[in-house]
Design a protein around this ligand. Structure first.
Ligand SMILES: NC(=O)c1ccc[n+]([C@@H]2O[C@H](COP(=O)([O-])OP(=O)(O)OC[C@H]3O[C@@H](n4cnc5c(N)ncnc54)[C@H](O)[C@@H]3O)[C@@H](O)[C@H]2O)c1
Length: 376
């Protein structure tokens, strides 16, 4: 079998992101799902495996058993890479055990629930030299990759203003109802970590900013909103930024922006022009300039970079979306596992997950200390 043997933790029939990973992993015929733990309830786990037509012999009751049983298998049968798609608090123990036992890992964001845990994983990975991806899904979109390339090529000149907005409204009908609130794991610090909104979606914006701009965030000041005094988790926030080149900007994230769905927009303004991209309209990249008319770059055209075009499967005009973006990340991971040459930035590395955790902790610290500037 030439395909990479993939195991999955979480992502069962009751999950949001599971189907995205399952479909993405199949897109370039590089992976075969061979087993996993899709649900903490063994019966539901086995039922789901049956539903997706997986043999039952590699469906395990928990991740510890998966590791124990898999390492007993001959190396050419054993799972080669395992995707972690569970609620956040399980990422660290699962990833740690997997790295220690020689598996490659694909892990959902946020990487862990603390920066210290993330640093520990980074040390372990350096020692064991495994492939480790953190699925900041949006970096897999061809027009995001085109944006990164155009900024690197100097098309918009020196960056002078950045503005990233990630607005959702799904917590609005939950936050005002104490019962619903307590049944949502993202609002439970034991399962989610120290942050809800910034940890869940602010972290996508942060990673995207550093990814496309090739700059680092050097300082931030955050103003978070919890809405109710007895709610321990932020559901909205505005974060002012200083970038490593001295430019200024902001990340604004909300899960109580009533009526919004997944409105993630990225705007980078340079001395010569600007580039803007919208997640709900991902096949287009808007280019603004003082001297030329407004231009729209479209996915799947030869004027785009090789990196952008490498992530395109069907000709221009046939819309691609989030499944395809995740598919491109899986493609990069497959290249890394097979020791093939990757484009720079083809899949988000563990170091990006570590930066993401630092950002979350600093955003919470800034807010808790009375909205002060903190260094990253
Ligand atoms: N990259 C993205 O754009 C994106 C989008 C959504 C979610 N996520 C991330 O994916 C992760 C999961 O989010 P979700 O929205 O799919 O959550 P979810 O609650 O919808 O699904 C979680 C899944 O994990 C399973 N699970 C729980 N405990 C388990 C255990 N001990 N062993 C095995 N399986 C277990 C549940 O049964 C369920 O199938 C989170 O870390 C989240 O931040 C990322």
């Amino acid at each position: 079998m030439n395909k990479i043997r993939l195991g999955i933790l979480g992502g069962g029939s009751d999950s949001l992101i599971g189907v995205v990973h399952r479909i993405a992993s199949q897109m370039f015929d590089k992976f075969k799902i061979v087993g996993g733990v899709f649900n903490p309830n063994l019966e539901k786990n086995l039922d789901f495996a049956k539903k997706i037509d997986l043999p039952q012999n590699r469906i395990y009751k928990d991740f510890e058993t998966l590791v124990e049983e898999e390492i007993r298998l001959p190396i050419d049968k054993r799972m080669q890479v395992i995707s972690i798609l569970t609620p956040n608090y399980l990422h660290y123990p699962m990833a740690k055990k997997l790295i220690q036992n020689g598996f490659n890992v694909i892990c959902e964001k946020p990487l862990t629930t603390s920066h210290a845990e993330a640093l520990e994983l980074e040390l372990l990975q350096k020692e064991k030299k495994c492939v480790f991806a953190v699925t900041y899904t949006y970096t897999g979109y061809p027009m995001v990759r085109q944006m990164k390339q155009m900024i690197a090529d100097g098309v918009i000149g020196e960056i002078q203003k950045v503005d990233l907005q990630y607005y959702q409204g799904w917590i609005n009908p939950i936050i005002h109802d104490i019962k619903k609130r307590s049944n949502t794991w993202r609002l439970n610090p034991e399962k989610s970590g120290i942050s809800c909104c910034i940890g869940d979606i602010g972290t996508h914006a942060f990673d995207m900013l550093e990814y496309v701009s090739n700059l680092k965030v050097s300082k931030l000041l955050s103003d978070l909103n919890y809405l109710y005094q007895d709610n321990p988790m932020d559901v909205d926030g505005t974060i002012l930024l200083r970038m490593s080149n001295g430019s200024k900007g902001l990340i604004r994230a909300s899960q109580i922006a009533t009526g919004e769905e997944n409105n993630f927009t990225v705007a980078i303004y340079g001395k010569k022009g600007a580039l803007k991209w919208e997640q709900e309209n991902p096949n287009y990249l808007n280019y603004l300039s003082e001297n030329k008319p407004f231009q729209i770059f479209k996915r799947g055209n030869p004027y785009n970079s090789n990196f952008s075009e490498d992530g395109v499967k069907i000709p221009a005009g046939h819309p691609e979306g989030i499944f395809d973006a995740m598919g491109n990340i899986y493609k990069g991971v497959a290249k890394a596992i097979n020791n093939e040459k990757c484009f720079s930035g083809e899949y988000p590395k563990l170091s990006e997950g570590v930066r993401g955790m630092l950002f979350i902790e600093k955003a919470i610290a800034s807010n808790n200390k009375g909205n002060i500037w903190v260094e990253l």
